[in-house]
Design a protein around this ligand. Structure first.
Ligand code: EPU
Length: 344
C-alpha cells in the first residue's frame, strides 16, 4: 500500500471538478482497507471513499485520505437450476460487469446497462433504471464495518433498499464496501414495463436485445461524461403525498408521475426543471443539459462553488413555481472529506 500526497482528482470524478486531495491511496485488496485506516488514524485524517466518481461533488481542496476502491474479480460462488450467485469486486466497472453477465447468459441486470460507476457503489444509492433496481438482485454486500472494526456481510433485508436509498446512505461513513454478491437468473425474465421499452424491444425479446435497447435509449438522452462532464440525474424525482399531488395536478394536469405502492406519487424532476425554462440553460460554466433537463453539466472547468450556484438557482426556481423542494442525488463532500447535507 502506497500513500500519495497532493493528488488531483479531476479525472477521477465524472463531473471533472478540480479537487486536490492531501492524501490518496489505491485499495487493491480488502486487507489494504485495514492498512489505510490505520494510516488515516495515525495522521488524524478523515477518510473519503472514492469509487467511480460518477455520483460525487468534491471540494476544490480536500484535507483527507482518499481511498480509491480498485478491488477486482468476478467469482461464481454458487449455482443451482434457476440461479447463479456471483461475487464481484467493488472496483469492477458496473457496465462491463452487466455486459459480461449478459454474455454468460446470467439474467436480471440488463435494464441497468450503461449506468456509470463501479460495482461497489451500486448498492449505496440502489441504482435503478427502466423498472429495475439493483437491490432486487443483491444476495449480500461485503463490507468493512468501521464501527465494529471487522469485515462483515450484510443481507439485502438489512440493506434497507428503497428508491435511491439504502443503509449505506443512512450511515455514510460507517461501511466500506469491498465486494457485492449478486443472485442472477439462469432463465431470462425480461422487465419491459417502463415507458416505451416494450415497443423498443419489439419482437426480438432476448436479454441481448433488451440490453442494447437500454443502451440506445440512454445514449440518445443522457450525455456521455467524457464529452459533457456530468453525474447522471442531478436531482431525485420528488415523492409527494397523495394530497400534495392532487393539489399540484389540478394546476398542472400534464405533470408526469408514477404511483408508488403506498399511495404516494413520484413526479418527474426533469419535467419540473424543464418547465422553469432551465433545459439547455447555463449559469456561468454550469448548466442543465439540452436533451434532458435533469442532468447538470460542467461546460468549462467549473469548481464546486460554480456547481452550487447553478443547482441552488434551479432549486429555487422550481420551488417558486411548484412549491417542491428538489433534493440533489450526488453525495457532497466537505473539505475535510466528510459527507455533508445539501443546503437549499
Ligand atoms: N422530462 C421532460 N423534460 C426533460 C426531462 C424529462 O419533460 O428535460 C419528462 C419526460 O418526458 C418524462 C419524464 O420527465 O415524461 C421522466 O423522464 P425520463 O423518463 O427521462 O426519466 P427520469 O425520471 O428523468 C429516471 C432516473 C434515471 C433513469 C431513468 C430511466 C431518477 C432521478 N432518474 O429518470 O436515472 O435512467 O428514470 O429509468 O430517478 C440516474 O439516476 O442518474 C439516472 C439517469
Amino acid at each position: 500500500m502506497r500513500v500519495h500526497e497532493q493528488v488531483q482528482l479531476k479525472n477521477l470524478n465524472t463531473l471533472n471538478l478540480n479537487a486536490m486531495t492531501s492524501h490518496y491511496v489505491q485499495i487493491n485488496q480488502p486487507s489494504d482497507v485495514i492498512d489505510a485506516l490505520a494510516f488515516a488514524e495515525q495522521q488524524h485524517l478523515n477518510v473519503l471513499i472514492l469509487s467511480g466518481g460518477s455520483n460525487v461533488l468534491l471540494s476544490q481542496h480536500i484535507q483527507a485520505l482518499v481511498l480509491h476502491l480498485n478491488i477486482q474479480g468476478i467469482d461464481v460462488v454458487a449455482e443451482d437450476e434457476n440461479t447463479i450467485t456471483v461475487k464481484v469486486g467493488a472496483g469492477q466497472v458496473w457496465h462491463d460487469f452487466v455486459l459480461y453477465s449478459t454474455q454468460q447468459q446470467w439474467f436480471g441486470l440488463q435494464n441497468l446497462a450503461l449506468i456509470p460507476g463501479l460495482v461497489g457503489a451500486s448498492p449505496v444509492q440502489n441504482i435503478g433504471a427502466y423498472g429495475v433496481e439493483v437491490g432486487e438482485f443483491i444476495e449480500s454486500v461485503q463490507v468493512y464495518d468501521r464501527e465494529l472494526k471487522q469485515f462483515n456481510s450484510i443481507s439485502p433485508q438489512d440493506c434497507h433498499f428503497a428508491y435511491r436509498h439504502s443503509i449505506f446512505k443512512d450511515h455514510p461513513n460507517r461501511y466500506i464496501i469491498v465486494s457485492v454478491t449478486f443472485k442472477l437468473l439462469r432463465k431470462a425474465d425480461l422487465k419491459l414495463s417502463y415507458g416505451d421499452l416494450k415497443q423498443a424491444v419489439g419482437d426480438d425479446q432476448t436479454a441481448e436485445n433488451l440490453q442494447n435497447q437500454v443502451i440506445h435509449i440512454r445514449q440518445s438522452k443522457l450525455p456521455n461524461p467524457k464529452e459533457y462532464p456530468n453525474v447522471g440525474s442531478f436531482f431525485k424525482n420528488p415523492i409527494l403525498t397523495a394530497a400534495e399531488f392532487d393539489k399540484i395536478s389540478q394546476q398542472f394536469p400534464n405533470i408526469p408521475h408514477y404511483l408508488q405502492a403506498n399511495s404516494n406519487v413520484k413526479v418527474a424532476a426533469g419535467w419540473l426543471i424543464d418547465q422553469t425554462g432551465w433545459k439547455g440553460k447555463q449559469l456561468g460554466s454550469v448548466g442543465m443539459f439540452h436533451k434532458q433537463a435533469l442532468v447538470l453539466v460542467n461546460y468549462a472547468d467549473a469548481t464546486l462553488a460554480d456547481v452550487k450556484n447553478t443547482y441552488q438557482t434551479v432549486q429555487s426556481d422550481v420551488k417558486q413555481k411548484f412549491n417542491i423542494q428538489l433534493e440533489p442525488e450526488p453525495v457532497l463532500y466537505s473539505e475535510q472529506g466528510l459527507i455533508q447535507a445539501h443546503h437549499a
